[in-house]
Design a protein around this ligand. Structure first.
Ligand code: MSP
Length: 488
């Protein structure tokens, strides 16, 4: 049997502050995909990590009165702790301060130079430190950074440049020949329109700060943080000649937020074309979360801590909510009020209730649990798979919930409390089989819940091929309620 590989990545998180719900959103969505592909039996390489160089991090370390390396070590560890709380099943964690990463960056620069794609010049422009980006006068929006709206400062420095302009045509060809390269469609159009307007060569070194990878052969230059960070997607695999690199590259998908689409859709593939490596197969660009309708920001004081939220409501509830509530690829709103409603109306009333009712009846039943399939028609695995393959998590969950609700209706229709013997066994068999399958279907979204369900059902962890009737084994045993009703 052929085992397909699946290489999926998140962006690397800046370590200038701790993780918030926006970061958690990217990682949860990526985790769902990684887990889903494991359920399919694929060989998954799931990469996340931290972006640790640049002026922004240097300034944060200074403010904290810490040596930058010590500072990044601490924050990077905190990111790992958050991912543990949220059950993010990454297989590899790359830090841009790792020595293997630095080696890969040198190799990338060497190849770009060999190609004749790097030259020395002078850069003058408006710099946004939070975004670590240079902007031209015309790109500014009301004199502020067009990406984040914050103040910019004028900088003039000697710099090495990458001949990005040379790659305008090859990039447009890449987009044309690979229609699925950038999703969603409207994001792809934005990128194509901007690339068609023309590309300026990219300044790839800085001299205004120290904290970063030194440019080979010219120590006062530091490699631009984006050239450094983007290389993580191959350095983590051991680029250029490791077996992992040969096996997993090109990435099947990079997941990222909309504000960093330009770097991933233009600069990254141009770098890869320059060094003679394949571009990733796909970029999926998600939207941004607002909080109760407002932009999340420290100054407004509405930054949501995902760890606090999961301690309050469970990490599974948070994971479920984010993917059920917001169509992936669109902007969406996080509201604690809606989170509580979803927990009560869907997790407690539908799924929790189904498990509780079924296990209570099963515990009282002493006969053999057997019957004939009356419920598998209520779910369509192909449809669910199709939605997930299209990154439509909310539709996939809708479909799974239709099945859960159908099973609850089945109890109401059959009135098992009035039945006994073979008739009762048949109803319980159908419910237990449905729950076993539901547990597999929800496991990527809510891994803890799935484990709890399997324990109560007395079954082993299943994979997608077990999503069919006729596989029930083990001894069910009722446990604690899966979800607690929340006071609203
Ligand atoms: N370090 C760069 C990425 C380098 S990748 C080679 C970076 N880091 S970040 O920490 O600022 O952002 C990382 C991810 O968090 C992005 O995908 C971004 O979209 C996501 N989010 C940050 N705030 C967000 C929201 N408010 N809502 C949703 N996601 C957001 O960019």
């Amino acid at each position: 049997m052929i085992t397909f590989k699946y290489y999926i990545t998140t962006p690397l998180y800046y370590v200038n502050a701790k993780a918030h719900i926006g970061h958690a959103y990217t990682n949860i969505a990526t985790d769902v995909l990684a887990r889903w592909h494991r359920l399919k039996g694929e060989d998954v390489f799931f990469l996340t990590g931290t972006d640790e160089h640049g002026k922004k991090v240097e300034t944060s370390a200074e403010k904290a009165k810490k040596d930058p390396q010590k500072f990044v070590d601490e924050i990077s560890k905190k990111f790992k702790d958050v991912w543990k709380t949220l059950n993010i099943s990454y297989g590899s964690f790359i830090r841009t301060t790792d020595s293997k990463h630095k080696k890969a960056v040198y190799e990338v620069l060497r190849r770009m130079q060999d190609r004749g794609d790097i030259y020395k010049g002078v850069y003058e422009g408006w710099y946004c430190t939070p975004c670590e980006s240079y902007w031209t006068e015309t790109q500014l929006k009301e004199d502020k950074c067009p990406s984040c709206g914050r103040s910019v400062e004028k900088l003039k420095e000697e710099s090495y440049f990458f001949k990005l302009s040379k790659y305008q045509k090859p990039l447009l060809e890449l987009y044309k020949n690979n229609p699925g390269f950038i999703s969603p469609e409207h994001r792809k159009q934005e990128i194509i329109n901007r690339v068609k307007e023309g590309l300026r060569d990219l300044s790839i070194t800085r001299t205004s700060f120290d904290w970063g990878i030194k440019y080979p052969g010219d120590d006062k230059h530091i490699v631009y943080v984006w050239v450094d960070a983007l290389t993580n997607y191959i350095s983590a695999l051991g680029f250029p000649d490791s077996n992992n690199y040969k096996k997993y590259w090109p990435a099947d998908v990079h997941i990222l937020g909309k504000e960093i689409s330009w770097f991933h859709a233009v600069i990254w593939p141009a770098m890869l074309l320059s060094i003679g490596e394949k571009p990733p197969k796909k970029l999926f660009i998600h939207g941004w979360l607002t909080i109760d309708g407002k932009k999340m920001s420290k100054s407004v004081g509405n930054v949501i801590d995902p760890v606090e939220m999961s301690k309050k409501y469970s990490s599974d509830s948070l994971r479920y909510f984010l993917l059920r509530e917001i169509p992936f690829g669109h902007d969406g709103d996080f509201s604690e009020k809606t989170l509580k409603e979803k927990i009560n109306n869907e997790l407690v009333a539908d799924l929790g209730n189904l498990v509780n009712r079924t296990l209570t009846m099963t515990e009282k039943f002493k006969g053999k649990l057997e019957g004939k399939d009356e419920l598998s028609k209520e779910f369509n695995l192909k449809k669910i798979e199709g939605f997930i393959d299209n990154y439509e998590f909310h539709h996939a969950l809708d479909e799974i919930w239709n099945f859960i609700r159908a099973a609850n209706r089945y109890i109401n229709d059959k009135e098992p409390w009035k039945l006994e013997g073979k008739e009762l066994a048949n109803v319980l068999y159908n419910l237990l089989e449905s729950l076993r399958i539901i547990s597999i279907l929800v496991s990527s979204f809510m891994p803890d819940t799935s484990i709890k369900m399997n324990k109560q059902l007395g079954v082993k962890t299943g994979s997608l091929k077990d999503c069919k009737f006729g596989k029930l084994s083990g001894k069910p045993k009722k446990g604690d309620l899966l979800f607690q009703k929340i006071k609203t």
